[in-house]
Design a protein around this ligand. Structure first.
Ligand code: SIN
Length: 329
């Protein structure tokens, strides 16, 4: 596999962002009482040799618990990926990341980069200090994917499975095999350093990327504010109405988009739907995304609120944010 890579593609760049994979606990038997984002990415590569004919280089982009992910880290990460992928000798990029928001970062990167080379995010459910950490094997597998000829797009590699950025979701709180790709299933598996691919590498429409990178200042304050509100039994429209009222408050970042985490096939409680329609009439972009773990919203002719297809609420939020990023307020 590695042997048939073009000889000019010699390098895999590993970008570190923190997470449990870089976490440490006081006791090796403790897999939950640790602090994420402690170990430098270069040290994570310590015991992991480069595949034959390739060299690894490491760069620390951030060092955080991914629950605290921020837009400026995403922007920095996207820029570092774009930089390295443009280098003629780089075969692909691996990113070490926390599991909690890895699916959001992966979706964001796929949408803004749509890379023709592989960008492979990986993670761990047990800290680096664990008696049996899962991180080292995940990093090895991610490197194998990044070194696969003709691989492309953004994937997440965990517990031997390769998931597309578009489909991947964290589905377990604790077990090492914590990710799934819903109806789509994984892109493939990594088996002792070899990739067994089952379907196409991720692809998504290009076009958002150029506009995104042309923006001089991607500071968090300038990113369109998009909130998620969940439809559930007994919900009212109060949160949406408060968000609308805030639009006129001095100093508040006005809401520009609203994602409704909808029930089933995109249905919304009547009280929340009425408030969402008021928001839409007031100029807020509204999108319905299903709360269901699998499946997509099948649109109906009488829908008054747009739907996000198969996107989860958190991914729909990113899609809407990027859409609004290109549309001046
Ligand atoms: C994080 O997301 O940074 C912490 C949790 C994890 O990586 O499993």
């Amino acid at each position: 596999m590695v042997n048939s890579l073009s000889p000019s593609l010699r390098r895999i760049v590993v970008l570190g962002t923190g997470g449990t994979i870089a976490g440490r606990a006081a006791d090796g038997g403790d897999n939950i009482g640790y602090t994420a984002g402690q170990v430098e990415v270069a040290d994570l590569l310590g015991g992991i040799g480069a595949p034959e004919g390739l060299e690894l280089s490491a760069e620390q982009v951030a060092q955080l618990d991914s629950k605290d992910m921020e837009f400026d880290v995403w922007l920095q990460l996207a820029r570092r990926c774009a930089f390295w992928l443009a280098e003629a000798d780089v075969a692909g990029v691996v990113i070490t990341h926390g599991t909690d928001t890895i699916e959001e970062t992966a979706f964001f990167l796929q949408t803004v980069l749509a890379p023709g080379k592989p960008v492979v995010l990986t993670c761990a459910m047990r800290p680096a200090s664990s008696l049996s950490p899962d991180g080292p094997q995940n990093v090895r597998d991610a490197i194998a994917v990044a070194a696969t000829p003709a691989a492309q797009g953004v994937t997440v590699v965990c517990a031997g499975a390769i998931h597309s950025a578009l489909d991947v979701q964290k589905v377990h709180t604790y077990r090492p095999d914590a990710f799934a790709s819903g109806d789509a299933g994984p892109v493939g598996y990594v088996e002792e350093g070899s990739v067994r691919r089952l379907r196409d590498w991720p692809q998504s429409p290009v076009g958002k990327s150029r506009k995104f990178f042309e923006t001089k200042d991607g500071a968090a304050a300038h990113w369109p504010r998009v909130e998620i509100v969940t439809s559930h039994a007994g919900v009212s429209g109060a949160v949406v109405d408060l968000l609308l009222q805030e639009r006129t408050a001095v100093g508040a970042e006005p809401i520009r988009g609203l994602v409704l985490a909808a029930t089933g096939n995109g249905t919304v409680h009547h009280a929340l739907e009425a408030a969402a329609l008021r928001a839409q009439d007031a100029g807020v972009a509204v999108l319905r995304a299903t709360r269901c773990a699998s499946g997509r919203i099948l649109p109906r002719p009488d829908d008054r609120l747009r739907d996000a297809g198969a996107l989860t609420p958190v991914k729909a939020r990113i899609a809407l944010m990027l859409e609004l990023f290109e549309t001046p307020a």
